[in-house]
Ligand binder design. Sequence first.
Ligand code: NDP
Length: 302
Amino acid sequence: MTIYNRCGNSGVLLPKVSLGFWHNFGGDAPFERSRAITRFAFDNGITHFDFANNYGVPAGSAEQTMGRLMDEDFRPYRDELFISSKAGYLMWDGPYGEWGSRKYLMSSLDQSLQRMHLDYVDLFYSHRYDPNTPIEETLQALVDIVRQGKALYVGISNWPLEQLRLGAKYLREHDTPLLIYQGRLNMLNREPIEEGILDFCREEGIGFIAYSPLAQGLLTDRYLSGIPADSRMAQEHFLTSDKRTPELLAYLHELEQRGQANGRTIAQEALNWVLEQKGVTSVLVGASSVEQLKNNINTILS
Ligand code: NDP
């Protein structure tokens, strides 16, 4: 069984499971744990690591962790890695530190490269659509970033379908085809399917990578019997305890039973469901331990 999928109709193959650095890899996380998870991922064929300028606490520190890992472990393997970053959300003070201007995207990517100790990223995304910047300005900045050699491919994340259509057309007409769309897709959130984004990507030969495929941990056994102190939900920030409803627990028990019949854990059921959707290239998982990641790739990357 191959562990890689072709990304749309491009020349790029991505692992069915990719690793995201949003949580658990910042300056507030133990470096040796981040290192162990990253090394385990790469050693098991996860060649795609996903960042954004603002990942980690403090913002930017996940990319700094990657910079240290490049120096200490990964430099000899640079050509075996597919590293992405993004800009769109608030990163620094003043009028140039967020959204979609050329000024922001170009400065932000330069900062990301410095933090990660890289000459280029493989993929650079517009992290969100900016309704107040002309769409051509954002798109042309992406094109020029590729022309400058600072990114090999471009991606779009979280844009609505209508703007995605315009973006794909503009990029194609400027010889920088849109490689991939990054959107939230999991068993509890099916918007990219309902809104026609996944179909559009498939029809246009654009890859699709699903973020938060485990709904930030809800679609695992993590919260079956309470809220562990070291969990994302315990922080009550991006994942709040009101999501742990009786309906969710009933759904998880159903998934657990279905999983037992298939020889899979809840997390594996959830990831396989996403990967079964036509047009999905990869699931972009997070992990706070090697064990979690091992569990997630088992039955998929083996
Ligand atoms: P997931 O849905 O995979 O959630 C990951 C969390 O689930 C882990 O941190 C862990 O929680 C828990 N978990 C994972 N595996 C297991 C397991 N086997 N058993 C029990 N618990 C488990 O994804 P994320 O929400 O972390 O997002 C993944 C990536 O997607 C990000 O790192 C980022 O790269 C990207 N992303 C992009 C966005 C965008 O706007 N483009 C937005 C959000 C994410 P715990 O930490 O509590 O242990």
